[in-house]
Write a protein that binds this ligand. Structure first.
Ligand code: AKG
Ligand code: FE2
Length: 302
């Protein structure tokens, strides 16, 4: 029998309580973060693209489920959500063993009536099934409810606290369905066993996944094609940094002659020195200091 620590919070709850529940259960729900009007605006921006999206090609993607992407290019509401303080705060905490994190994916999931339950899985598998250390999170996801989520309409099913469980051994009997109101958000890790449920109703269940990953792994959705330079130049710098127009984790993602991507994007001075992020720069300095100390002590002894 699984023990679930409190998994439901109001939007005013302290961030450390939310992230502590996220770490222990593998998921957490924050209720009524967005107003219904904001959700409706987001949906109206995305609806032409949802209409044009084909159903999924296989059982995992869902043959009566649509997955609509390119959210950063297509919706001002999604751009605002990408830099929402709850996303940046919770992802920043969960992914803190890396010096930076970035947006990995925006995917608006529309599960139509008859969508069948997904195979239980861990989302971290996208990185070629690499076995990341159990205490090293590389992924943090935010599933924004754009309609109510109920057990009947296929609310995502989770096995609480299942980080150590092999997804291949997981049983549907151990899952619980997440229920939440439109405007709430389900935050979950890349290590928790879960899967979309079966939609037994005659309504479409819609949710927007915003996924963040460590700065040193590849983004699931190609954000440079979603927002190529001509479009990216119209975005504010805080958004650009999160979508990947910055060096991430020390040397990753530099541009030009080892320059900051943002400087290259805006054609700023060509002689910009290398400026690793403060956090990555500090980590590198610490490593360098330890290394020189160990060399010095070896020299003294030897
Ligand atoms: O649709 C859902 O409820 C979950 C989807 C999911 O887990 C996935 O596509 O990886
Ligand atoms: Fe998943």
């Amino acid at each position: 029998m699984t023990t679930i620590t409190n998994d439901r919070f109001s939007k005013d709850a302290p961030l450390d309580e939310i992230t502590s529940s996220l770490r222990s259960n593998g998921y957490v729900i924050v209720e009524n973060v967005l107003t219904p009007e904001t959700v409706d605006k987001l949906l109206s921006e995305m609806m032409p693209y949802i209409d044009a999206t084909p159903f999924g090609p296989d059982a995992f993607a869902g043959q009566t489920t649509k997955r609509t992407g390119s959210g950063v290019a297509r919706s001002a509401e999604i751009r605002d959500l990408v830099v929402h303080p709850l996303c940046l705060g919770a992802a920043g905490e969960l992914l803190k063993s890396s010096t930076e994190f970035q947006l990995s994916q925006t995917q608006l999931i529309s599960a139509y009536p008859g969508s069948v339950a997904q195979k239980l899985h861990k989302d971290e598998l996208i990185w070629d099934f690499f076995p990341f250390a159990t205490d090293h999170h590389v992924m943090c996801q935010f599933f924004w409810a754009l309609t109510d989520f109920t057990e009947e309409n296929g609310g995502t099913r989770f096995i609480p606290g299942s980080d150590a469980l092999d997804a291949e051994e997981a049983s549907d009997d151990d899952t619980i369905a997440i229920e939440m109101t439109k405007g709430s958000v389900l935050i979950f890790t890349g290590k928790v066993v879960h899967g979309g449920g079966t939609n037994l109703t005659d309504e479409v269940r819609r949710g927007l996944i915003l996924s963040y990953c460590a700065g040193w792994v590849r983004q699931e959705e190609n954000q440079y094609l979603v927002a190529p330079p001509e479009l990216a130049r119209t975005f504010p710098e805080d958004l650009l940094k999160v979508i990947g127009y910055q060096q991430g984790c020390f040397a990753m993602g530099y541009a030009g002659d080892i320059e900051e991507p943002m400087d290259v994007l805006f054609g700023r001075k060509a002689d910009t020195p290398i400026v690793p992020s403060q956090a990555a720069g500090k980590a590198a300095n610490n490593t360098a200091q330890q290394w020189s100390k160990s060399v010095a002590s070896r020299t003294v002894q030897g």
